[in-house]
Design a protein around this ligand. Structure first.
Ligand code: AOF
Ligand code: ZN
Length: 371
């Protein structure tokens, strides 16, 4: 039974990719509409948060052939809920006279979870569930995590030498990896809701942290700095463009006049508790971001920040761009700093999910185990 639907679900999954850069914090969703005779009528995707959902996009292109037809969709169709931006898909499916809906996975959003399936069945629509379920869940790993925990999914991005250094003694890091690696790193920015760095990175690199590839229809990107005592300079590159997209987390007792100055520039300052080591409590940071529609965060260093996320079990994925260089040096910046773990048994365990060559560099992607 499911064998018949699997290729169509894969087609819907492919269509869902259209939302990779624009759908967030909504999930990526794809849908295929089949006529009563089983022919593919149209394909739709949820391309942009606030735009039409995948099912609605597919129906809009072939409503006249939808009667008695089938919708194959990667995620359970949505039902009415108070905070929604668009009309519910279940209503559109019923209005179109579709008689069967094939679903990849249920929507973990508590406003939906199972209600879409129930609403369709009680209206007499046949519902087939669980086709290519694993792939449909994997597609929206970040959304699933955010909806379930209220905290964003965290990816650490590191550009390092083969001996694991982010910068040479003295702090110089431009450029370790190839242009292709850097471009791929910029593309990662376009598919995350926020970028995060530590104050040391701001002070050493003076980064702009902007999106400039134009892949995401929304040029605005929340840029986050962990800055316990508000040392973020107000004449740096970070505040040159869209300072109102910048959020700086600090500790209680940070200088009031610095706070006023940054707020005057439009920066949001959020005070959080300390983590016991005079650093910002990352759980509070992530909770704040999660409640402000940030479903995914790309952490771009430095080494101390990477350590904090890994040590606290708050990083989910690590992506390393490894250049064929050796910097060496006891004082060079390690990709992960902090005091380190005392033994390999206590180390953070990863699982490699991809290894690639990219213009002379290696790209290593790993998932953190047990988070
Ligand atoms: C679907 N098809 O293509 C998507 C769904 O604010 P709204 O109206 O865009 O609704 C957002 C919620 O709808 C989102 O949190 C998720 O539960 C669901 N996403 N559902 O039937 C789609 N993107
Ligand atoms: Zn919907």
């Amino acid at each position: 039974m499911s064998a018949r639907w699997a290729p169509l679900m894969r087609q819907a999954l492919e269509a869902a990719e259209g939302g990779r850069y624009g759908a967030s914090p909504n999930p990526m969703v794809g849908a295929v509409l089949l006529s009563r005779e089983g022919e593919v009528v149209s394909v739709g995707a949820h391309l942009r948060c606030g735009g039409p959902h995948a099912e609605v996009a597919a129906l809009a292109q072939g409503a006249e052939r939808a009667v008695g037809g089938t919708v194959v969709v990667t995620l359970e169709p949505c039902v009415p809920s108070p905070n929604k931006r668009t009309p519910p898909c279940v209503d559109a499916i019923l209005a179109a006279g579709v008689s069967c809906v094939v679903i990849g996975t249920r929507d973990p959003n508590p406003a939906m979870n199972g209600r879409g399936v129930e609403a369709l069945r009680s209206a007499g629509v046949e519902v087939i569930e669980g086709v290519e379920e694993e792939a449909c869940r994997a597609l929206n790993r970040r959304f699933f995590h955010w909806i379930a925990t209220g905290r964003p999914y965290v990816t650490l991005k590191m550009a390092m030498t083969m001996d694991g250094k982010l910068a040479a003694r003295g702090g110089r890091s431009r450029w370790i990896t190839s242009e292709a690696s850097r471009r791929e790193g910029y593309a990662m920015r376009e598919e995350h809701d926020a970028l995060l760095v530590g104050i040391n990175t701001v002070l050493t690199d003076d980064p702009r942290l902007v999106r400039h590839l134009g892949l995401n229809p929304d040029p605005h990107l929340t840029r986050v700095v962990l800055d316990t005592s508000l040392r973020t300079p107000d004449n740096g590159a970070l505040l040159e463009t869209d300072p109102e997209d910048v959020v700086v987390f600090c500790l209680e007792g940070a200088p009031v006049e610095r706070r006023r100055e940054l707020e005057r520039r439009g920066v949001t300052i959020v005070e959080v508790g300390d983590d016991g080591r005079d650093r910002c409590d990352l759980r509070q940071v992530l909770r704040w971001l999660g409640t402000h529609e940030v479903s995914s965060v790309l952490v771009e260093g430095g080494g101390e920040v990477h350590w904090s996320f890994l040590k606290e079990g708050l990083a989910h994925r690590v992506q390393a761009f490894v250049a064929p260089l050796v910097l060496g040096g006891r004082e060079a910046t390690p990709s992960v700093g902090g005091p380190g773990f005392p033994s390999p048994q206590e180390a953070v365990k990863l699982r490699f999910v991809e290894v690639r060559c990219l213009e002379g560099d290696l790209v290593l992607s790993a998932e953190v185990e047990g988070v």
